[in-house]
Design a protein around this ligand. Structure first.
Ligand SMILES: [Zn+2]
Ligand SMILES: [Zn+2]
Length: 354
């Protein structure tokens, strides 16, 4: 019997054919180590990577940002340059911040009955996804939209359709879109979790998640001040969207009373929800492992640092903030500072991505 393997006859074997390497299994991000994650929404004014320094300096280990000005339509694509994105990712890794949450532009309304606004919303949301992916964000939080009186069913369909159009090409394993519950102002969709569930069901390919905002819950009529009320609320969230879909909790006290349907955030413990309720929320076993992110106002210097410290304290930890400077108090809402939110200089240097 001849040993074919030692012969000189080269036999074609289909298995030897060159194939591209299969994509590596997704890496588990370093921040998913089971540790408590407390974050705060920080400013990108001046330099987008400055938001990382701010969050770290305030004593947070997670953060949320806008990736562009949140209250204006963006002309052009407003991409993040490769150089800025690389620098941002590297610094974030060094500071071990995570998750990184991006909040979408407030003007986006995927349910708009106005075709021009709807198209602009889809395009702008697509750009949100592109920028979030460039920065290596874990989550992109989106307000579902407003029906404008067109009825909930058609709004839900329009939102689902818009999300799918905007997310074309998105690899959902890297970036997850989270739908945020709303206070229920006007005809906004999402104050009822059934509405969020309906959108999720229409987008199975996107594996959508949910972000729960405590101030929005309260304004929408969920009395989370008592342990019983909180339990009932969490059970209802679990029955509708499922708590395993909730990745982020926006931790905000409310200036407005229960059921007001008006969305006004207040410092933790200084609003209508109260400090005791937040102790219950942060330590609730059903919310273990969620990222808690503050979106509290800055009325006087140091408010950001104080709110971060309050959350840690309510979880039984004393965290000393290392940074000297926090964020500056914002002037009254009427005139949002426009130009400051966009990165000032865009370096033209192109570096090869690793
Ligand atoms: Zn929001
Ligand atoms: Zn929120």
């Amino acid at each position: 019997m001849t040993d074919e393997n030692h012969g000189n006859n080269l036999v074609y074997d289909a298995a030897d054919e060159y194939r591209p390497e299969p994509p590596p299994p997704p890496e588990i991000p370093a921040w998913k180590d089971g540790s408590t994650r407390i974050g705060i929404h920080t400013s990108i004014a001046g330099d987008i990577a400055g938001s990382l320094e701010l969050a770290h300096g305030l004593g947070a280990n997670a953060l949320q940002i806008f990736s562009a000005s949140p209250r204006m339509w963006i002309r052009g694509s407003q991409r993040i340059s490769d150089a800025d994105a690389t620098r941002f990712r590297a610094r974030r890794r060094e500071l071990q911040l995570g998750p990184l949450v991006i909040h979408d532009n407030y003007l986006i309304n995927l349910a708009s009955a106005n075709p021009v606004l709807r198209t602009r919303s889809v395009q702008t949301f697509h750009q949100e996804i592109v920028r979030a992916a460039a920065l290596g964000a874990d989550y992109l939080v989106a307000h579902p939209g407003s029906s404008g009186g067109n009825g909930i069913d058609s709004a839900v369909s329009a939102i689902a359709q818009g999300l799918k159009q905007a997310a074309r090409g998105l690899r959902s394993r890297e970036l997850r879109i989270l739908l945020e519950n709303t206070a229920g102002h006007g005809t906004s969709i999402g104050s009822r979790f059934e509405e969020l569930r309906a959108i999720i069901d229409k987008c199975p390919e996107l594996a959508l998640g949910v972000c729960v905002d405590t101030a929005h819950l309260f304004a929408a009529g969920w009395d989370i001040r008592t342990p019983q009320g909180l339990d009932a609320t969490l059970q209802q969230i679990d029955r509708t969207v499922g708590l395993d879909r909730v990745a982020v909790v926006h931790v905000n006290d409310s200036k407005t009373p229960l059921g007001s349907r008006v969305d006004r955030h207040e410092h933790i413990g200084k609003g209508k929800i109260g400090l005791e309720a937040f102790a219950g929320i942060l330590n609730h076993p059903l919310l273990a492992g969620k990222a808690f992110i503050l979106e509290t106002p800055i009325d006087t210097p140091g408010d950001d640092k104080r709110n971060v410290a309050t959350l840690w304290k309510l979880m039984g930890r004393q965290v000393v903030a290392s940074g000297r400077n926090g964020m500056k108090p914002r002037r009254k809402r009427a005139k949002a500072r426009k130009s400051r939110a966009a990165p000032k200089s865009r370096k033209r240097v192109r570096r090869k991505r690793k």
